[in-house]
Design a protein around this ligand. Sequence first.
Ligand code: LLP
Length: 407
Amino acid sequence: MGFEKLVFSKEAVHELLREYGSPLYVYDEETLRKRCQEMKNLMKYPLFRVNYSAKANTNVELLKIICSEGLDVDGMSPGEMHLEMKAGFSSDRITFIGNNVSRNELQFAVNQDILVSVDSLSQLRLLGEINRGGRVCLRINPGIGAGHHDKVITGGKKAKFGIAIEDLNLAQDIAANYDMTIIGLNHHIGSLFLESKAYVEAAAGILELAATLPSVEMVDLGGGFGIPYRHGIESRLDLAVLGNELDNLVEDWVASHRSINIRTEPGRYVVAECGALLGTVTAVKENYNTFFIGTDIGFNTLVRPVMYDSYHEISVVPQEDRPYQEYDKAVYVVGQICESGDILAHDRVFPCCQEGDALIVHDAGAYGFTMASNYNSRPLPAEILLEKNGGIRLIRKAQTLEDLWKD
Ligand code: LLP
């Protein structure tokens, strides 16, 4: 784990917290670059490209690294596209994958000459009004989905995303009415798979659709590539097997149809493991037979455990040397937000903690800072980058109390 290698000593962790404040997001450049390369090498097919799904982490300094590794990027909002352009992505390397977006937001993308993927007939009509004669991608909902939690399954009959396959003919009619060319199809069935089967099946499905639409030059197979949050228990996704299956699928398709650009759209895989969230134990208590480790890591800073009951490994870095000892009962690690659901980890076997100990929440680089909020009027934390050359760089200042209210 790149991050652990760099935050090698308890002194380093405590020093970083002293210097940049607690809690603190820390990213490791080397791990980030490695994950980018792994994704880029997923397929051998020459017309394969990776679109990083920036919602997972939009820190501009990380986007710059991802850009320099040669990945393209998707954007969900003008905000994301703005940050991506700031990081150096040219508009032809960005795709706006909108969901129920406004006319102004579509106009923003059209003005920048950014390719748009629409995910309803209604949005297709709206784009047609704005960009008659333009190019467009269609986000398809294949009617099936997969993911680590109901809230991240984005394909299927009850998911709000995409155009139903049975409406494809209507989409073609609307595109024709506005002289638009459907140049791409994309889908994303859900987030976090560690077995390739569902992804490859879905890929076969969207390629079948592309075979019926001669104008389609690009098929985007979506993201969802998982990482093993439970260290030593979950296995890594086998990228060699997955890549091989996708190569076979695409090569067969190309042999019987035509050449086509293929993309994937990973978010989590690229950034999750390069990031950790450091925090501090602020209170320790036993109430009615349950141990609570109180910390400054509330769901304002990392919402994944509360929102999806997600699991993150947590290491304790004691403030001072003392013999290792574990609680004899399961432990709750909780934050400082005024809600009983503010639980970072529950039912954990955990080392005995004292106030002032530091915590490392692992694999927090994806959907960590980007989903953080100012709830309870708590300022957002700083972010730092552990550079490849050994340097440490502040890549986002912590908010101050002043930042909570600006005229
Ligand atoms: N493409 C589209 C259209 C998406 O909606 C998403 C994620 C991705 C790609 C990237 O998915 P990934 O490779 O990261 O699984 N906040 C949740 C995950 C929500 C994902 C939403 N869409 C979490 O923390 O687990």
